[in-house]
Design a protein around this ligand. Sequence first.
Ligand code: SAM
Ligand code: SF4
Length: 327
Amino acid sequence: MLVDRYNRKINYLRISVTDRCNLRCIYCMPKEGIPKLSHKEILRYEELLKIVRVAVQKGISKFRITGGEPLIRKDVIHFIQQLANIPGVRDISLTTNGVLLYQMAEELYNAGIHGINVSMDTLDPTKYMRITGRDYFNHVWRGIEHAEQIGFFPIKLNVVVMRGLNDDEILDFAKLTLDKPYHIRFIEFMPIGPEGVRHTERFISGPEIKSRIQALRKLIPVKSQSFDGPARRFKFRFAKGEIGFISPLSHPFCSSCNRLRLTADGKLRGCLFSDEGIDIKTSLRNGCSHEELGDLLISAITHKPKGHHFGEETFKRCASPMIRIGG
Ligand code: SAM
Ligand code: SF4
């Protein structure tokens, strides 16, 4: 088992398979876009699988495929199948914008992914266009409903809440859980990457979102079996779905953070808010042994910071946008 210097058990690796995307979300991608990594700079699937094999030996059993938009990377289904076949890989999930979900859902399910997070910040097609820069609202909803029919569970809808943009839809999202088995995750807007959307103006805290919902109806806490993620989970009585709050700024979960991140260009990062990362790609391409790879993993865990410093004077906005790190 991997334990870091703050006694946190690390058993979860988030793998970003690409820095590219078919959307342009205003909170993730700077308006002017970002220079794309070249093919050579991105870790190949066999390199990713090698890292996963070593990670499993060290005690990591939970994996998430993310990006950029993971479903646009060529042959991602085959990669997931291979990942699922590695002994010791117990749980694979996916974070996607859902644009390609409708056509890929069945193959994804058969490849071994049964839980998905779909980013959906609005229930209004016009606003969707404003937030993401693209007109794919109906594609995404069709994909979500199709995934539900196929049997994906849980289906979590990630909603980044921004004041004056989509906070008027908080109650509509919450009410959706009455009839739909979706887990709505209200995520605090994070100050990551170059200033795009003004954070101070748009930020709205988890507690504020929660109190607006509670004014509508009582929220009942959902007991989780173990530490199954950073969301504080609730539901309405008799609701089919759940409501969760991911509040990294107002309720940091750093003290129980169990994750490492692997960026598409092969850096192991201990924290979303820190620009520090350990270059694993160079060693891999120089033919390092399994043991050496294992040492790099341990080193990344050793350097995992105690927490982020948002709200403190020492807080430094990390320079990489989410699309580069893998959200
Ligand atoms: N493209 C996929 C998607 O959108 O689901 C996966 C990658 S995306 C970077 C992962 C998650 O990060 C999404 O749910 C997105 O909403 C979230 N995200 C990106 N930038 C964010 C920010 N500044 N604050 C909060 N969440 C953010
Ligand atoms: Fe693309 Fe996801 Fe970033 Fe939106 S949040 S631009 S879908 S990577």
